[in-house]
Design a protein around this ligand. Structure first.
Ligand SMILES: Nc1ncnc2c1ncn2[C@@H]1O[C@H](COP(=O)(O)OP(=O)(O)OP(=O)(O)O)[C@@H](O)[C@H]1O
Length: 897
């Protein structure tokens, strides 16, 4: 136990071997202490040196100065043009003839000026006058501020006072050289440009203030463009990386043409070098590669000769256009000097046309139009800068899009939105007469100094991106439903677009061109665009299908409508046919008065024999009565002559009789009474000795509807008809026979109402009965035949349901609309709701038949409601035997009644 305790307390023994890690080699700097200890004795855990904290703390680390990054402000320079008096007066005193100004190439008159200036006397005079003149308008305070003094006249009027403008990046006095301007203003921009940063420099000022002189200069006194080019090539020569950069020069101008708006012309192109302008993109601009200064200067001279100039009161060679000079530096490979992959950079120098006052310039006509365009462009340019300033003060307001109002500002959009660095040089004239122009410019432009470039983007090759606006092309695909041919067009257009893009991208995807997108990016873009095109195509297809679906629905609706109209037309034609038949019949009747015209609607089951055997009641018809008789009968055939098998299931006949009685207006014929008589009879079997009860029972023997109608008829026709010996038509005979025969058999009424439409039944409510019928009615009245309510058999699903009545006698429904006949016995007629009494007429044979049937003690009956026009119903119950009921059921089932 003690040994174990000692082991646990004592430290572990040192290993015999030490592994030295050699990869990666980490060797601390040897200190005197460690080297000494190493030399003397080996290391042990007790000899570990203490951490040299005091030594470390004693080391003084130089504090790095972290300056807060101040956003760069817009640099505004001011250049004061030498007084006009200085040059002109000197010229006038020393030269007899004034020569026109010529900016490029150099004006030779200036040589004389320089020569005269060498004369000390003259120089003194000039200097004195220059100082006097300068004091009159603008005075240089220091390199960054000026004092503007109004002329004496304006001071007296107290309309204006002396103002101090300060904060300029630099103020160039009148006697400054072009090189001074370059050094102070252009040099910093050029350095950035050579590092791959784009920049813009613009000259602003009233007409004749020296913008063009500052930008282009003269041959002997070159401006910032020639000096810049010189410096570019000088730097390229000095730099070891000169071979990796190439420069291109492009110059174009924007001017206005009457009624044509703004136009852009390439000043390095051929004569007809109008450029196409699309939004902020100028297409077709010629970029000339420049390899030497001479080449560049030659191109500048060429462009200046092409530029639109004109003589005005302010300037003998006044620029009438906005001139833009682009120097593009493209980097071919990785730059050792900048240690970064440079991209294309653009240095843009703009010589704006000077704002003009109409009074001063005296412009008219074309010059005035130009002047308006120039002033407008200057105004828009200023608006853009002001709105940028306001936006930077209060970013919630948003940047107003003034740049859209002119082509120049559209082109310079990135600069005017503060995305790229730029510098402005204001050129002013110092004469008293120039006070207003100078004051206006300084007041307008001095606030621009507060514009910051804190959000400048890294230089990007926007021009290249603009060359193929993909988004715009995609927008052209309409999502509305086009026609079929349009779909194909869109599809092919999309395909062509993809092919075109791929072709262009393939061209751009040159491995030597670092600014072009990679091949992978191109492929992704292609897939994306293809996906968008296909999606749009499917949308279009879907819309077209929807349209066709709607059209199909409309077509179906039209088909239904046409079918309906066809059905209606068919019904109409049927109605017309029926009318024609009735007209024909009426014509026949009229010609045969007092003939009786009867139309018999008989079923196929009506046997001809039965009809022929019926007695002819023609003589019973009143002479002056026209009778239209529709007989519908249903009979179960003659029981004696037909065997049981034949009778079974065969409805004998259904007869509808409709008799129209026309009454003479003179005589008011008493016999001719308008008696709508509706007789429905149904008789089952005849005497049972000849037919078995099972076979015959239930067969509806007959249904007879008799309509009798009495109408007025001319007397003449009646007489004529009386005289007419023409016998009654066969229809009448048949109908009368049927009436007689059926009435003789009618004790019950078959309720096969579904064979006759309700309308027909209603029409048959009014019937005219002939004289025999009336007598029959009287006789039947004597027999105390009681009317029973007829229950209409309910037809459901094509089947007839026969309701049995306990008590039934016969069916008779007689309407007596003629009040003259009310006095006749109508005891058996049930009057309802105070309606007109009806008279029932039956032939004599029916009385006998009734008597016979009464003796048969028929138990069952089949009720059939007989509605009339007044909605009255008379029910008649008929007793039926068991057999007849069964037979009737069989018949109805087989015939689908
Ligand atoms: N700093 C200067 N030193 C000497 N001459 C100057 C200077 N500035 C301008 N000039 C002369 O003034 C005249 C008008 O100058 P310039 O044509 O450059 O004015 P501008 O502002 O371009 O006028 P515009 O807007 O009408 O074109 C020219 O003859 C030019 O040589």
């Amino acid at each position: 136990m003690e040994e174990e305790k000692q082991k646990s307390i004592s430290p572990p023994p040192c290993p015999s071997t030490v592994t030295v890690r050699r990869n990666p080699p980490r060797r601390a700097r040897a200190t005197p202490y460690t080297t000494a200890s190493k030399q003397n004795q080996p290391l042990s855990s007790h000899d570990v040196p203490t951490f040299p904290i005091d030594e470390i703390l004693s080391i003084q680390i130089p504090q790095s100065e972290t300056k807060p990054t101040v956003p760069e402000s817009l640099k505004i320079f001011l250049r004061i043009k030498p007084l006009k008096s200085l040059t002109t007066k000197v010229i006038t005193t020393n030269t007899a003839k004034s020569r026109p100004r010529n900016v490029w190439p150099q004006n030779p008159s200036k040589k004389h000026i320089a020569k005269e200036n060498r004369n000390p006397e003259i120089a003194k005079k000039v200097k004195k006058k220059e100082e006097e003149a300068a004091a009159a308008c603008i005075a240089l305070n220091d390199s960054y501020s000026v004092t503007l003094t109004p002329p004496q006249a304006l001071q007296e009027l107290k309309r204006s006072k002396t103002e101090v403008y300060e904060g300029f990046s630099h103020v160039f006095p009148a006697d400054c050289s072009q090189n001074d301007v370059y050094d102070k203003m252009v040099q910093p921009l050029l350095e950035d440009f050579m590092k791959g940063k784009s920049g813009m420099l613009a000259a602003l000022g009233p007409s004749g203030s020296g913008k063009t002189h500052t930008v282009f200069g003269t041959l002997k006194n070159p401006g910032i463009v020639p000096i810049t080019l010189r410096q570019i090539f000088k730097k390229s020569d000095e730099s070891s990386d000169a071979s990796v950069r190439s420069f291109n020069l492009s110059i174009f101008e924007i001017c206005s043409e009457r009624r044509k708006g703004e136009k852009a012309y390439d000043l390095l192109g051929s004569e007809s070098s109008e450029l196409s302008v699309q939004q902020s993109t100028i297409r077709g601009l010629k970029e000339v590669p420049i390899h030497s200064l001479e080449e560049a200067e030659s191109l500048i001279g060429q462009a200046m000769l092409k530029r639109a100039t004109a003589t005005t009161n302010s300037n003998s060679q006044s620029s009438r256009s906005q001139c833009i000079i682009n120097i593009r530096a493209s980097c071919n490979r990785f730059s050792n000097e900048t240690k970064m992959q440079s991209s294309d950079a653009m240095l843009t120098i703009v010589d704006l046309a000077g704002a003009e006052r109409e009074k001063r310039t005296g412009n008219q006509g074309e010059r005035l139009v130009e002047s308006n365009f120039i002033n407008n462009t200057s105004m828009v340019f200023g608006q853009c800068l002001r709105s940028l300033l306001e936006y930077q003060k209060n970013r919630k307001r948003g940047l107003q899009k003034h740049h859209q109002n002119s082509l120049l500002t559209r082109y310079l959009r990135d600069y005017l939105e503060g995305k790229k660095r730029m510098a402005l040089i204001l050129t002013v004239k110092a004469g008293e007469e120039d006070y207003l122009d100078t004051s206006y410019l300084l007041r307008q432009a001095s606030p621009y100094m507060k514009i910051k470039f804190d959000n400048t983007e890294e230089p990007c090759n926007k021009r290249q991106l603009k060359t193929f606006p993909r988004a715009e092309k995609n927008k052209k695909i309409k999502l509305s439903a086009p026609k079929n041919s349009q779909i194909e067009d869109i599809f092919h257009e999309g395909r062509n677009q993809i092919a075109q893009e791929v072709h262009l991208q393939g061209k751009k995807a040159d491995p030597t061109d670092r600014s072009s997108p990679s091949l992978e990016h191109v492929a992704q873009d292609k897939n994306k665009r293809e996906h968008i095109i296909m999606r749009n195509f499917s949308k279009v297809l879907w819309n077209v299908l929807k349209q066709y679906n709607e059209k199909l629905k409309v077509a179906e609706g039209e088909i239904c409508t046409l079918k309906d109209s066809l059905r209606r037309e068919e019904l109409k034609s049927l109605g017309l046919e029926t009318e024609l038949i009735s007209l024909k019949s009426s014509c026949l009747v009229e010609s045969c008065i007092p003939e009786v015209e009867a139309v018999v609607y008989a079923n196929e089951e009506v046997s001809a024999d039965e009809s022929s055997e019926s007695p002819v009641p023609s003589k019973n018809v009143n002479d002056d009565v026209r009778v239209r008789c529709h007989l519908s009968s249903q009979n179960d055939a003659e029981p004696r002559s037909v065997n049981s098998e034949e009778n079974a299931g065969i409805p004998s006949a259904t007869t509808h009789d409709e008799t129209v009685v026309t009454e003479s207006p003179r005589d008011q014929v008493k016999d001719a009474v308008l008696v709508p008589c509706h007789l429905s009879s149904q008789n089952d079997a005849e005497p049972r000795q000849s037919i078995s009860s099972e076979e015959n029972v239930g067969i509806p023997s007959a249904t007879t509807n008799v309509e009798t109608e009495v109408t007025e008829f001319p007397r003449d026709q009646v007489i004529q008809n009386q005289d007419d010996p023409t016998p009654s038509p066969e229809q009448v005979e048949v109908s009368q026979d049927c009436i007689n025969s059926r009435m003789s058999n009618v004790q019950t009424k078959s309720a096969i109402s579904h064979r006759c439409p309700d309308s027909e039944k209603q029409e048959r409510n009014r019937r005219l009965l002939p004289a025999p019928s009336r007598s029959l009615t009287e006789e039947m009245n004597d027999l105390d035949i009681k009317d029973k309510p007829i229950e209409k058999p309910q037809v459901k699903n094509g089947k007839t349901r026969v309701q049995k009545k306990a008590e039934s006698t016969k069916v008779q429904e007689i309407e007596v609309p003629n009040p003259a006949r009310e006095s006749e016995p109508t005891s058996t007629t049930k009057q309802r709701n105070g309606q007109k009494p009806r008279r029932r007429l039956q032939p004599a044979a029916s009385v006998l038949l009734t008597r016979e049937i009464n003796t048969l003690e028929i138990e069952d009956d089949i009720a059939e409601p007989k509605g009339n026009r007044g909605g009255k119903k008379t029910t008649v119950s008929q007793p039926r035997s068991q057999g007849s009921v069964t037979l009737l059921r069989l018949l109805t089932d087989n015939l689908h009644l």
